[in-house]
Design a protein around this ligand. Structure first.
Ligand code: FAD
Ligand code: FES
Length: 279
């Protein structure tokens, strides 16, 4: 197993009203949101933000009250010392439906970057990055960062071609990419764990990274453990505060205590999680 080198500590979070630059449908329920954020300190792959569920108006909205966690998909420098932070989101319920109504020029409250990032595998390591559902949005920056030094292969799964987030962006990274859809509308028919099993059977993989629905991450963790390969997961538990104050995101650990997904995660080594206790 290749060791994981230590990384610089993540930047301190800021709270800001970010300007919506673009907010468009990408087909199906998926949307791409670009925000201009003054004073953005930069994030590390795996970190997330808490977004107000819709624009900040002259009359403050308190229903829904709670912000929603979203991965930083990618970020770029912007004019005037600001940064552009890109978010990919899927409409799931009321908060994300309200987010679709935010128009360019309006403001969205953002807190971040938050959470612990993915540890990067050592140079020349052979990594598998496995994404499913909205978890795909947490993995783009990781593949970019890994590709600079090691040899990541990307496995992406979705229910259908319409559901798959960011396929063209991942393809443009030029890394080996396998796509699975449950209805066969793109790539292989079936679950993303099938190409994962095949890749692990080769015996040359050092590290698995995974983000997606809990049953998918659990299956990745079990397949990696059976192959003797280290596995990191990024949990997508519901969150209310995002910084360790409400205890609403607790995830059970094998020792019987709890980790806070927002503060101790969302990235964990898979063996740190008691999977039976997760919702
Ligand atoms: C670290 C992390 C990163 C994520 N990244 C992404 C991403 O990049 N893209 C993406 O599409 N999704 C991402 N998700 C999932 C995303 O946060 C959820 O899909 C989103 O919160 C759904 O919000 P909603 O309001 O549309 O859905 P809802 O189902 O209406 O609400 C979501 C949850 O918020 C809580 N909630 C809502 N209203 C209340 C209330 N009044 N009181 C108490 N609790 C309430 C509930 O627990 C509810 O289940 C991420 C999740 C995490 C934890
Ligand atoms: S979301 Fe409040 S403690 Fe984690």
């Amino acid at each position: 197993m290749t060791s994981i080198p230590s990384q610089a500590a993540p930047a301190l979070a800021i709270r800001a009203d970010a300007e919506v630059v673009e907010n468009r449908s990408e087909g199906g329920a998926n949307h791409r949101l670009r925000l201009r954020v003054q004073g953005w300190p930069g994030s590390t792959p795996g970190q997330f933000v808490m977004l107000s569920p819709g624009s900040v108006g002259e009359v403050r909205r308190d229903d829904p009250l709670l912000p929603r966690p979203m991965a930083v998909y990618r970020e770029h420098p912007a004019a005037g010392g600001a940064a552009e932070v890109e978010i990919l989101y899927r409409v799931e319920g009321r908060g994300t439906a309200l987010l679709t109504e935010s128009a360019p020029g309006e403001a969205i409250r953002i807190v971040g970057p938050l959470g612990q990032p993915f540890p990067l595998a050592a140079a020349a390591a052979r990594c598998l990055v496995v994404g499913g559902g909205t978890g795909v949005a947490s993995l783009y920056g990781l593949v970019e960062a890994l590709a600079a030094e090691s040899r990541p292969e990307v496995l992406l799964g979705a229910r259908s071609a319409d559901d798959l987030m960011a396929h063209d962006d991942f393809a443009a990274l030029g890394r080996p990419l396998v796509v699975t859809t449950e209805d066969g509308s793109l790539g292989e028919t079936g679950l993303v764990t099938a190409p994962l099993e095949r890749a692990l059977a080769r015996g040359d993989v050092d590290t698995v990274y995974s983000c997606g629905p809990t049953p998918m991450m659990r299956a990745c963790a079990e397949l990696a453990a059976a192959a003797g390969v280290r596995c990191f997961v990024s949990l997508e538990n519901n969150m209310a505060c995002g910084f360790g104050a409400c205890l609403g995101c607790a995830a059970p650990r094998p020792a019987g205590d709890y980790a806070l997904v927002c503060r101790d995660g969302p990235v964990f080594e898979a063996s740190e999680i008691a999977w039976d206790g997760l919702p």
